[in-house]
Design a protein around this ligand. Structure first.
Ligand code: ZN
Length: 217
């Protein structure tokens, strides 16, 4: 299903495609929420999803949506999230789109072989990845439920003591020097996510995980 603007979801559900196309012309934001098809599920299995993961692939959704790149052009990205937060993700990224908040890349972590380090190093924005908590070998990260989202990982690194992930994020440790793509407490990205019940890793004491928003699991 394609969602142009949240207010029109009702009209879309009622089958009014005309209203949806009009909205597309208004601001250019397009978003779709789909179940994971068999081919994508096969791609994910053994990479971002494994036996024993805390969610079934059937409970995940592929969200494709429009974002503004650092190149000031529109792009269509893909992000895999839990079905319970898919609508919120469509709304939050619409807010970011309207504000022209720049995003570098938005790909499934399967493109990086499921490697969080590789995805972060590439400044990728992603959500679902069945993996341990960062810096740990035990316990599932909230990403394993598809309820955590990392945004612009280089501009918003994970910082714990002297550890900065990805290493290129070291250029963004001065959080008072706000540059494009950075998230700071109280800004439009923070407001959009927290309004939907997410908490921000940048508000934690340790680590400071500036790229990370999560929904309760
Ligand atoms: Zn994260």
């Amino acid at each position: 299903m394609w969602w142009a603007v949240p207010a029109l979801v009702g009209a879309l559900l009622a089958g009014s495609a005309t209203a949806a196309s009009a909205a597309c012309r208004t601001d250019g934001y397009r978003a779709s929420v789909r179940t994971v098809d068999a081919r994508t599920a096969a791609d994910m299995t053994g990479v971002s999803w494994k036996e024993g993961c805390p969610v079934a692939i059937a409970d995940l959704r592929r969200v494709e949506l429009t974002y503004w790149g650092f190149d000031k052009r529109r792009h269509q990205g893909e992000i895999v999230v839990h079905k319970d937060v898919a609508r919120s993700v469509v709304d939050v990224f619409h807010t970011m789109y309207q504000a022209r908040f720049p995003i570098n890349k938005m790909r499934r972590v399967d493109f990086y072989g499921g490697s969080d380090d590789a995805s972060m190093a590439d400044d990728n924005t992603s959500a679902f990845n069945c993996r341990p908590i960062t810096g740990s070998t035990a316990g599932f990260s909230v990403h394993s439920y598809g309820k955590a989202i990392d945004i612009n990982t280089v501009e918003n690194p994970y910082v714990k003591g002297g550890t900065v992930l990805p290493p290129a994020g070291s250029a963004y440790l001065d959080r008072g020097d706000v540059r494009p793509g950075m998230i700071v407490h109280g800004d439009l990205v923070w407001k959009a996510f927290t309004a939907h019940g997410f908490t921000w890793g940048g508000d934690w004491t340790s680590p400071h995980d500036y790229q990370h928003f999560e929904f309760p699991v």
